[in-house]
Design a protein around this ligand. Structure first.
Ligand code: SAM
Length: 445
């Protein structure tokens, strides 16, 4: 952050910024507009990839754009509050987005004030919003002058979370929304899951990896995973510590027939395959199936891959166990994907829970009697977690609660019902974790 007050020199005033290309801001603006203004049904990662191709961006520009986008989304509520008193009349949303990008640069990214202002003025000109260039220049200069004092007395964690999400998270516990919101202010660390007995363990620790109680290694945010020792040799894969736990709790046994019903990008499939089980992985999205293939190839794992809709697919023989990592609102992974905070709506939950129930119904007919199912979602929402576990029970699945022994390294994630529930405020002293819900069931004989 920058706290210095800044005055603009005469030469800066005389020379208006040229319309030279600026892929970082162009990409960030397009992605933020797609997410907040056009409300395109793309994830931040998908929009970013598309925009990077459009602007033929180098990886450095793409990384800088990602940082600008993610920080803007993380502090969106604060940025709107800071800007409000400087705007007599609300400008069109794309202009507001450009102004928020300017504020992010000034207040959170340590961009020199003249660069923070000039890049946004130039951006508006390039995006055919030149009539608002004077407004942006005036507003951002005032904000540059006032600096970090603008953030004093603001309850930033509260401002950065939409009301409906704050309210829904308070049902997990009264202090949970603030704990989550505080965690969301920070970039998340990089966690990796290791291949058992990998010879690269020591080298990875020496490269900064900190061993977590569940066995994952944690690196600081921004670590380049492809440069870590053992990446090319398939010694590990990227997976948040919490994300590794549902597959761990399925306790796959050597020789078992197990199907991973919603498999891509494949972190959980890899865990199951490494346990020595015969794994079938179902995925209905061809692009994500390609990602899954790449992951398994790098890890040199053999899995029966099937591109199919898991609500209608039928196995040729009844399975010993199933992992159902269902599509969901993804509010549990907002630390890594802060777009979900602003793109998801309460009404989305109706469609998502209907799909989750279809998948659960289909799963019932794939299991042998006595076979086990883990239902999991990376969601913090009651409707997608506890309510679906109850729906599964109503369908005839028998609960098989997780035990204290199984979760000895993370007892706070065990609920009285025997479900597993994490949120980004847990392990806060270690850098937090993603939000996951998981419940285990047995098929009645
Ligand atoms: C939460 S993600 C799974 C993450 C994955 N288990 C992992 O650990 O890497 C859900 C996946 O299910 C896929 N999916 C959604 N609906 C599906 C369906 N009806 N049949 C098969 N796959 C589906 C999505 O494309 C997405 O890749």
């Amino acid at each position: 952050m920058t706290s210095s007050r800044h005055t603009f020199s005469r030469s800066q005033k005389k020379n208006p910024p040229l319309l030279k290309p600026d892929p970082t801001r162009d990409i960030a603006f397009d992605v933020l507009c797609a997410c907040l203004h056009q409300r395109r049904p793309l994830t931040l990662t998908e929009s970013l990839s598309q925009a990077a191709v459009t602007y033929q961006a180098e990886s450095r520009d793409r990384a800088a754009a990602h940082r600008l986008i993610a920080t803007t989304l993380r502090y969106l509520g604060t940025l709107r509050t800071v800007l409000e008193p400087f705007l007599r009349k609300e400008p069109p949303e794309p202009v507001q987005i450009a102004l928020m990008m300017g504020c992010t640069q000034l207040l959170y990214l340590e961009t020199p004030p003249h660069a923070a202002v000039n890049t946004i003025v130039a951006l508006l000109r390039r995006k055919r919003l030149a009539p608002f260039a004077h407004l942006a220049n005036a507003v951002l200069r005032k904000i540059a002058r006032e600096g970090l004092s603008l953030l004093e007395n603001l309850d930033q964690p509260r401002l950065n979370i939409p009301q409906w999400l704050w309210h829904s998270w308070s049902k997990i516990g009264p202090h949970v929304p603030r704990a989550i919101a505080t965690s969301l202010c920070h970039e998340s660390p990089l966690d990796i899951t290791l291949r058992p007995n990998t010879p690269f363990f020591k080298a990875l620790q020496q490269s900064g990896g900190v061993l977590l109680p569940n066995g994952s290694l944690r690196f600081s945010a921004g670590t380049n995973v492809t440069e870590l020792p053992g990446y090319a040799q398939g010694a590990f894969w990227v997976q948040d510590a919490a994300a590794s736990l549902p597959a761990f709790l399925l306790a796959a046994q050597k020789g078992e027939n197990i199907t991973d019903l919603c498999a891509a990008p494949g972190g959980k499939t890899a865990q199951l395959a490494l346990a020595g089980a015969h794994i079938t992985a179902i995925e209905n999205n061809p692009a994500r199936m390609a990602q899954l293939q790449d992951t398994l190839q790098r890890l040199q794992l053999t899995v029966n891959l099937i591109e199919a809709d898991a609500t209608t697919w039928k196995p040729s023989l009844l399975q010993d166990a199933l992992l159902l990592d269902a599509p969901c609102s993804a509010t549990g992974i907002a630390r890594r994907h802060p777009d979900v905070l602003w793109t998801k709506r309460p009404r989305d939950l109706t469609t998502l829970t209907a799909t989750q129930d279809c998948l659960l119904t289909a799963a019932k007919n794939m299991l042998r009697p006595g076979g086990r199912l883990i239902y999991t979602v990376c969601s913090l929402q009651e409707e997608e977690g506890p309510a679906r576990a109850k729906a599964a029970e109503a369908m005839g699945f028998v609960p098989s609660p997780f035990t204290r022994e199984e979760l000895a390294f993370l007892p706070e994630a065990l609920t009285p019902e025997g479900w597993f529930r994490t949120h980004p405020g847990l392990w806060s002293e270690k850098g937090g974790m993603d939000g996951f819900f998981a419940a285990r069931f047995i098929r009645r004989n």
